[in-house]
Design a protein around this ligand. Structure first.
Ligand code: F6R
Length: 630
């Protein structure tokens, strides 16, 4: 069945928890090409009827691959957009239309400049209107939609607050186009784009929930594990104004189009035994039992037959026997994920340990997409690996220069200038350099693109911070390798694209160190996220090197980045931390000036993981860093 076909509310047994139809695709490329194909079909059909199509469009990372596919259809298959009228969902208030983060500019760069849509057919809320006329301007926007005959197909993304458009929690079902105040989480998520949370506008103009629901057809796309929880709540939870995407349940022609990672919390994927028969393999049994234990807040070893039956996991007992036996098996499985020896324990029996004992020491590469990612996620594990004698290298994949606020560069240049003046050093060029930086900073203003000099200085500032943080984890400055992947140096957030040069560079590093162990992240993020591209550079490099002998003996451990934590049932290596180690991690994280609140909170997430293990009946640790094997 095609994505745009509307099956009404009819569902299979497996989908019975889903109150809005959900289509799961392997990845965003597949989803976007299917959706773009359907949109193209609609446009062509209307062309045949000499009619217009009215599309509602979204911005953000999610629709970027969809727009790329529309552009490809235009260029390679002659799809014309002459009969297309568009209405965008939202726009920040207070940004000029050419501001680098305005949605107006985003839409031009990502779509409109590359297709043949007439300028007069493009509609985006005006973020520049003054406060006294915002109301009228919003009414006018609603009227324009109506005059165009209403929206045929509305494309949506979903924010981590569950917003559609910028309808933050509290937006009512009947809300129409209006000015709103952005939620903290939304502003935090936009902080990297705006070079700091403080620069993110506080207000935006958005179509209302009611406006969106008036569209004839809605397709909400969601990619990556960071969206999994909110997708589940919106699709399976109650309809509530806390999560505006949940209102899609009230629409009779709405579809969630999600990739595998974003679907991972839907009941049919996460708890499949609740919707049908499953194959009870060890991993599935572990998943069911840890879920049951958390749900009943009862340690694994205290679960009884009735608990299994009452929670819909009774089938497991018919296959595996009494609860007592199942409990012990799963208890051991979880226990064996815990190790204080992330690089393997030399000389020990490793039959039940997550990592093999030999060789020892191991060559270990820790990949950090942005400079602070690895420290924020696995400082404790790095510390242990170093202490246990392994040859650890921290590979910082991108310079991170875009994250450093102007103020930091300004401070650095000012100090340099003063030092040069203090010691009367006029000949070495330091003074000129510092002055040039200060002038460039002033000229470009808060949102201008950083000239190369400034960008370079910002990257150097971060290098210092990384070395300090790595030092706290026990790593010498020489153990920190800066890759400065080219895609980052040339791009901007949400618009990065991986190149062959990135993969080649990664491949060179891997071939040089020939690691026994790799730690990496980005496997679950949004496809256009920086972390995803960094991960793909490793994956593609490993593919190129797959015939080398060391590759067969190399284990890849995946860690989660800042926004999400791993469920107990997903963890394959749990590295415990003492209170001292957790303090040390916090100290390391604090070395980064440009760190976000999410990263600062990572130690709290480590404590949550430990509490969950404790609740399963494992030993009670202060904190745990968690990994999954590739
Ligand atoms: C933007 C919009 C928002 C985004 C949402 C997800 O026009 O309507 O609701 O769709 O914030 O953003 P990304 O796609 O960047 O994760």
């Amino acid at each position: 069945m095609s994505i745009l076909d509307s099956p009404g509310k009819q569902q299979t047994q497996k989908e019975r928890y889903e109150k809005t139809r959900s289509v799961i695709v392997k990845d965003s490329t597949m989803g976007c090409s299917q959706l773009a194909g359907e949109v193209a079909g609609l446009i062509r059909q209307r062309q045949g009827e000499k009619k217009n199509v009215v599309l509602g469009l979204a911005t953000g990372s999610t629709p970027v691959p969809f727009y790329r596919e529309l552009i490809r259809l235009h260029r390679e298959e002659g799809l014309s957009f002459q009969n297309v009228i568009t209405f965008n969902l939202d726009e920040y208030h207070g940004l000029q239309s050419d501001h680098r983060e305005s949605y107006n500019r985003f839409m031009r760069e990502q779509l409109f400049d590359h297709i043949d849509i007439p300028n007069g057919n493009i509609n985006i809320p005006d973020g520049t209107v003054s406060l006294d006329v915002v109301y009228e301007s919003c009414l006018e926007y609603e009227k324009k939609i109506e005059d165009a005959g209403g929206i045929d197909l509305q494309i949506l993304g979903i924010g981590r607050t569950g917003h559609i458009g910028f309808n933050e929690p509290g937006s009512s079902r009947d809300s129409r186009t209006r000015m709103i105040t952005l939620d903290r989480i939304t502003r935090r998520d936009a902080a990297a784009d705006f070079l700091g949370e403080a620069n993110v506008p506080r207000n935006a103009i958005t179509m209302g929930v009611g406006t969106i629901l008036s569209a004839k057809r809605l397709v909400l796309m969601a990619w990556g594990g960071n969206k999994a929880e909110i997708v589940q709540e919106a699709v399976e939870g109650e309809v509530t104004d806390r999560i505006s995407a949940s209102f899609l349940q009230d629409h009779d022609n709405a579809t969630f189009l999600v990739d595998e990672a974003a679907s991972s919390q839907l009941t049919r994927i996460n708890l499949p035994w609740l919707v049908g028969s499953v194959k009870w393999e060890a991993k599935m049994i572990q998943r069911a039992v840890t879920w049951l234990s958390h749900r009943l807040e009862k340690p694994i070893l205290r679960l009884v037959d009735e608990d299994y039956n009452e929670c819909g996991a009774g089938e497991l007992l018919t296959v595996s026997g009494r609860a007592y036996n199942v409990n012990i098996g799963v208890f051991d499985m979880v226990k064996h994920t815990i190790t204080g020896w992330p690089g393997g324990k030399p000389g020990a029996d490793d039959a039940h340990r997550p990592e093999r004992a030999s060789p020892h020491p191991k060559r270990v590469l820790i990949f950090s997409p942005e400079p602070s990612d690895a420290v924020a996620s696995l400082a404790g594990t790095i510390h242990r690996l170093v202490e246990q004698g392994h040859e650890v290298k921290l590979i910082v994949q991108t310079s991170g220069g875009l994250r450093v606020p102007d103020l930091a560069a300004q401070k650095f240049a000012s100090v340099l200038l003063e030092v040069a003046e203090l010691i009367g050093d006029t000949s070495s060029g330091k003074e000129d350099y510092a002055r040039e930086i200060l002038v460039q900073l002033q000229e470009k203003g808060a949102f201008g693109d950083d000239p190369e000099n400034v960008r370079h200085l910002k990257a150097l500032i971060l290098r210092g911070e990384v070395r300090d943080a790595a030092g706290i984890c026990g790593l010498d400055p020489e153990a920190v390798v800066f890759q400065d992947l080219p895609f980052y140096e040339k791009g901007r957030y949400r618009q990065f694209q991986l190149t062959d040069a990135d993969v080649e560079q990664t491949s060179r590093i891997l071939a040089e160190y020939q690691p026994h162990q790799i730690y990496a992240t980005g496997h679950l993020a949004d496809p256009s996220a920086l972390q995803t591209l960094c991960y793909r550079s490793i994956e593609q490099a490993m593919e190129q090197l797959k015939d080398e002998t060391w590759v067969a003996d190399c284990r890849v451990w995946l860690y989660r980045g800042k926004e999400s934590e791993m469920n107990s049932n997903e963890i394959e290596m749990a590295v415990p931390m003492s209170p001292d180690q957790l303090d040390l991690k916090r100290e390391a994280i604090r070395k980064f000036q440009s760190i976000s609140q999410d990263e600062l909170d990572s130690s709290v997430r480590n404590q949550t993981t430990a509490r969950r293990y404790d609740q399963l009946g494992m030993a009670e640790y202060e904190a745990i860093e968690a990994f999954q094997r590739h």
